[in-house]
Design a protein around this ligand. Structure first.
Ligand code: CUA
Length: 353
């Protein structure tokens, strides 16, 4: 009788494992993997599925089997089961097996963590800055980059390790590129970070993963993993700087904070980049489609530079109908440099005439 029960239990448990493990391995839990780190983390995840499904099978089988097999039958209302005083061998087994499993997985995860955080011989350093509600990327001077670059799109060369130094200008944010398999909080006053080695060409979303205000869900940006030669070409294009006297709202792909740039070019760069304005405001010239704040093409039309400046530094001075007060951060006067603020006013005045 007891042997028959054991055989039945083992058969049910094995069936659950045989069905669930392949299902667990076949499901695409992750977005397309875009870094060497993401591949290793994915392998860890697969190992976890293979190890944990049998644990689930053992527990579920014994519970369900007992409920079914040993349920109360008519006439047994007043009777009690046999008295049990424990089973030393069983207790040793069910303590040792989980302990060994957990310890093994801890060692594996620790070795993996050391491996994906290892400092490589050569790496690119990128400063990632989060603020309500946009990400911007600064490339400091280093091998291959002769002049600092400021960009609102994260360009990375394939197969080169990159170290992100993550900053926050106002509140907590969290820098997350799902395809890279890594994330970390951006903390005001601290520098956090992590490393990845992108290993797949393509375009990926980056997002904020820490509730940081009304515009949190719009705090997204684009990552482009390109070939090393495309990356070099992009760097030299950024380092070239805008021509003095460039037309306002023209093709200002960004002088990277250069000093000889036309104010409006700086302004456009600030609008889409460091200022993060496009996350909340629609502006045709900048190609932004934010809806949290007023549509600037409409509401700034014909407004004076003075009105525009006041609206940026004192956002509650005039609040457009239908938009709540207190949403736009009130600290742009201190967050932006004088050049950035002047540029922003000149740019907005020029493109919303
Ligand atoms: Cu920044 Cu959420």
């Amino acid at each position: 009788m007891r042997n028959k029960q054991t055989v039945q239990l083992i058969a049910i448990g094995l069936t659950i494992c045989v069905v669930l493990i392949p299902v667990g391995l076949a499901i695409h839990w992750f977005p397309p993997l875009g870094s060497t780190q993401a591949h290793k983390i994915h392998t860890l995840y697969d190992v976890l599925i293979v190890v944990t499904v049998p644990v689930f099978a053992v527990v579920a089988t014994i519970v369900l089997y007992s409920v079914w097999k040993f349920r109360m039958k008519p006439g047994e209302e007043e009777t009690d089961g046999p008295p049990v005083h424990g089973n030393t061998r069983l207790e040793i087994i069910w303590t040792t097996v989980p302990a060994v499993l957990i310890l093994g997985l801890c060692v594996y995860a620790y070795v993996l963590l050391r491996d994906i955080e290892k400092k490589p011989a050569r790496e690119l350093v990128v400063d990632v800055t989060g603020q309500q509600f946009a990400w911007s990327y600064q490339y400091p001077v280093q091998s291959g980059i002769a002049k600092p670059i400021d960009s609102d799109v994260l360009y990375l060369p394939k197969d080169l390790s990159v170290r992100f130094r993550v900053h926050a200008k106002d509140v907590l944010h969290d820098f997350w590129v799902p395809s890279f398999g890594m994330k970390i909080d951006a903390v005001p006053g601290q520098v956090t970070g992590y490393r990845v080695t992108p290993d797949r060409l393509g375009q990926y979303p980056a997002a904020c993963l820490e509730l940081c205000g009304l515009g949190h869900s719009t705090m997204r940006s684009t990552v482009r993993v390109v070939t090393p030669s495309q990356f070099t070409a992009w760097v030299s294009k950024q380092g070239g700087g805008a021509k003095p006297g460039a037309t306002p709202g023209g093709t200002a792909t960004g002088p990277g904070g250069g000093t000889n740039a036309a104010p409006a070019a700086v302004g456009k760069q600030t609008f889409v980049g460091a200022g993060g304005c496009g996350g909340c405001h629609r502006l045709a010239d900048a190609g932004t489609v934010g809806t949290l704040g007023p549509d600037l093409d409409k509401y700034l039309k014909g407004k004076s530079p003075d009105f525009i400046r006041t609206s940026i530094i004192k956002p509650n001075a005039v609040v457009e109908k239908g938009y709540p007060a207190g949403v736009m951060p009130p600290d742009f006067a201190t967050k932006l440099s004088k050049d950035q603020l002047d540029g922003l006013v000149a740019y907005l005045a020029a493109v919303t005439k």
